[in-house]
Design a binder for this molecule. Structure first.
Ligand code: MTE
Ligand code: MO
Length: 396
């Protein structure tokens, strides 16, 4: 891998923001505090969650760095950073969410395997880069190709990091060729995040961003792209990030029975409150994020203070001064929607939030029903507990 290498140990990690909550140190996995996460529509890069499976790669010579494009195509090519920067540049605001977001709460039902995450394993950034569909045109693949003449149906991204799960090999994942060659899918080879050159934690010099899909498919530190026949056979596609029913356990699991998870289901979480809160008599602000997979919008966010008997609709917003409407041309289709409601707290209770997307998909009521042994996709109604204290409230 010219110009870039994946270290074997953690002696060359980049500096990180001190307020991040570290869920695992090596590999480094961390998320921001709840209130910090929703204090802006665009998540500042240093607060953006960091999800790694090995040491952060080191670029020693950016001039020698290039991406190989090969596999089931007639003429493989090599692209330098200059070649990629010469392609039309797109800025796409997209939320990246780890499939393990809210895993800790799922583990409370029955223990699951994986790094524990609270509700902040996601962030919303503006990614700048070339469209994958433009890059694939350079090897003769036209827009919206389902299969290449040589039988390729998937596009595999391979990195350079050393992952334990791959027995020291690199992280890899794939997406369908039809999505990769569809310009409307906005899949990027990104070299910028929030207007600055991508930093090491987030994939410098080049990463894939697959909007609307679980974070695991947005491969960082890209080394090569291969057109392949069947989906990628790597660990993170075949032995991880698959959704199983609650009856499957580590003794009866057959990984081959399920497809790798791609689109994210509708999700929301309250971030203005902790799991347990002492609130003073009166009203509280219930604020948080909602995000739908597959480019769908958020149609509604509902808040309940009576266990789900009655609901209050929260305000939704993205950019300042632009009213949010699901699936509107002026909305960022791949991005989260922030919400806010001011609700009365009549007694000691639970505050619940649930979101509805533009296909009328709604979050499941109970975590038990979607419990799965890897603890992914906990999108159950988000609940926080509030106890009243007798003094006037100050969270307004
Ligand atoms: N090379 C590589 N790419 C990777 C990973 C990784 O460990 N190595 N983690 C994946 C997972 S599971 C997620 S959720 C996102 C996290 O991206 P971030 O750290 O930029 O937030 O990157 C994905 N891409
Ligand atoms: Mo992830």
């Amino acid at each position: 891998m010219p110009g870039i290498n994946g270290p074997l140990d953690y002696s060359q990690e980049p500096p990180r923001h001190p307020c991040l909550k570290i869920n695992a140190k090596e590999p480094f996995n961390a998320e921001p505090p709840r209130d910090a996460l929703i204090s802006s529509y665009i998540t500042p890069t240093d607060l953006f969650y960091k999800r790694n499976h090995g040491p952060i790669p080191v670029v020693d010579d950016i001039k020698r760095y290039h991406v190989l494009i090969g596999g089931l195509i007639e003429n493989p090519i090599q692209l330098s950073m200059d070649d990629i920067r010469k392609l039309p540049k797109y800025d796409v605001t997209a939320t990246l969410q780890c499939a393990g977001n809210r895993r800790t709460a799922m583990s409370e039902v029955r223990k699951v395997k994986g790094v524990g995450w609270d509700v902040c394993a996601l962030g919303n950034a503006t990614w700048g880069g070339a469209k994958l569909s433009d890059v694939l045109k350079l090897v003769g693949l036209t827009q919206c190709t389902i299969v290449t003449p040589l039988g390729g149906r998937h596009v595999e991204f391979t990195s350079v990091d050393n992952c334990k799960e791959e027995k020291g090999g690199p992280y890899k994942a794939s997406i369908p060729l039809i999505q990769a060659t569809n310009p409307e899918a906005d899949v990027l080879l990104a070299y910028e995040m929030n207007g600055k050159i991508l930093n090491r934690d987030h994939g410098y010099p080049l990463r894939v961003v697959v909007p609307g899909v679980i974070g695991a498919r947005s491969v960082k530190w890209l080394d090569k792209i291969d057109i392949i026949k069947d989906e990628c056979q790597g660990f993170f596609m075949q032995k991880d990030y698959k959704m199983f029913p609650p009856t499957v356990n580590w003794d009866n699991i057959d990984w081959s029975t399920r497809k790798p998870q791609m689109d994210f289901p509708v999700q929301c979480a309250i971030c203005s409150l902790d799991d347990d809160n002492l609130v003073q008599v009166g009203k509280v602000v219930v604020g948080g994020y909602a995000v739908a997979g597959g480019g769908r919008g958020i149609e509604r966010v509902d808040i309940s203070v009576d266990g789900g008997k009655t609901w209050i609709e929260a305000d939704r917003y993205q950019k300042d001064n632009v009213p949010y409407a699901a699936d509107d041309i002026n909305s960022d289709k791949w991005a989260w929607v922030l919400f806010r409601a001011v609700v009365p707290v009549p007694r000691n209770t639970e505050i619940i939030a649930k979101a509805v997307d533009s296909a009328a998909n709604v979050q499941p009521e109970n975590v038990d029903d979607i419990w799965n042994l890897r603890g992914i996709l906990n999108t159950s109604w988000h609940r926080v507990r509030v106890r009243r204290s007798p003094v006037a409230n100050s969270n307004l």
